[in-house]
Design a binder for this molecule. Structure first.
Ligand code: 13P
Length: 297
């Protein structure tokens, strides 16, 4: 049956795919600084700094120009967060969808190239988040990652909506045991479980996986990403980071809300952003002979 939706032109496809490739170019990762104002308020409170309200940059797009001029790529948070869905216990719905297409067209003109939604030349970063809370072990997390509630549902929905996968990035959580799980796993076991899960469901044409840190410590998030990249399994996509907490926890402490700490904070940020590269060579030497284990429960 012919597709009833307007297809992207070859130029539009190329643009999306080029942006996605540039975001995950070798050695590159992302800083995810798109927390809601309420989360930022909590972070600022933790260092005794006042939250002055909305996080709207008041610089006429100057910061996005600075980032672009330095070769970076700018993304934007386009939704307005979630609110409880009336009548259903515990379910939420996303705000800010009205007029999203027109908003994205304007954001594109203002130099944004990616977001967590897709429209008008904006590369969508698709993020199915699995929370790390609970006692579940590594195998349960692997199963939940690929099952019909998570990645399988995501790729069914993307297919239903005729999304051009080459112009998308996936932002998954690594397969890790729950925070309250008593069993300990090596970085190599986490890497094998993660890549095996992705292999089962993420199409090879998807340009890259940009992991969130998902409650891991900064150290674990760096070492696990290195283990994922060095594990001896077929990886048809680029695998990199799009961390928020695992990149911002120490820099927040270093900054401590004080102007005189800005330089030290910038240095701490560079240290964290490059940590994964240092760990990669160590893991290559220590890598064990683990076998992937697919799950069919
Ligand atoms: P974490 O790295 O803290 O899990 O958050 C990632 C994220 O999606 C923020 O937008």
């Amino acid at each position: 049956m012919p597709c009833q939706y307007p297809a992207l032109t070859p130029e539009q496809r190329k643009e999306l795919s080029d942006i996605a490739h540039r975001i995950v170019a070798p050695g590159k990762g992302m800083l995810a600084a798109d927390e809601s104002t309420s989360i930022i308020a909590k972070w600022l409170q933790s260092i005794g700094t006042e939250n002055r309200g909305k996080s709207k940059a008041n610089d006429d797009g100057h910061s996005s120009k600075v980032i672009k001029d330095k070769g970076g790529i700018v993304g934007i948070k386009v939704d307005k967060g979630v609110v409880p869905l009336s009548g259903i216990n515990g379910e939420t719905t996303t705000q800010g969808m009205d007029g999203l297409s027109e908003c994205c067209a304007q954001y594109k003109k203002d130099r944004a190239d990616f977001a967590k939604w897709h429209y008008n030349g904006i590369v969508p970063i698709v993020e199915p988040e699995i929370l790390p809370d609970g006692e579940h072990n590594l195998k349960s997390c692997q199963y939940i990652t690929v099952c019909q509630y998570t990645l399988a549902a995501v790729y069914k929905a993307l297919s239903d909506h005729h999304i051009y996968l080459e112009g998308t990035l996936l932002k998954p959580k690594m397969v890790t045991p729950g925070h309250a799980c008593t069993q300990k796993y090596s970085h190599e076991e986490i890497a094998m479980a993660t890549v095996t899960a992705l292999q089962q469901i993420v199409p090879p044409v998807v340009t890259g996986n940009t992991f969130l840190s998902g409650g891991q410590s900064e150290e674990d998030a760096s070492i696990n990403l290195s283990a994922i990249n060095t594990c001896p399994l077929h990886k048809p996509w680029t695998l990199t980071s799009s961390y928020s907490q695992a990149l911002q926890a120490s820099i927040l402490k270093t900054w401590d809300g004080k102007k005189e700490n800005v330089k030290a904070t910038q240095e701490e940020y560079i240290k964290r952003a490059t940590a994964k590269l240092l760990k990669a060579s160590i893991l290559q030497v220590e890598s064990q002979e683990l076998q992937p284990e697919s799950l069919c429960l």
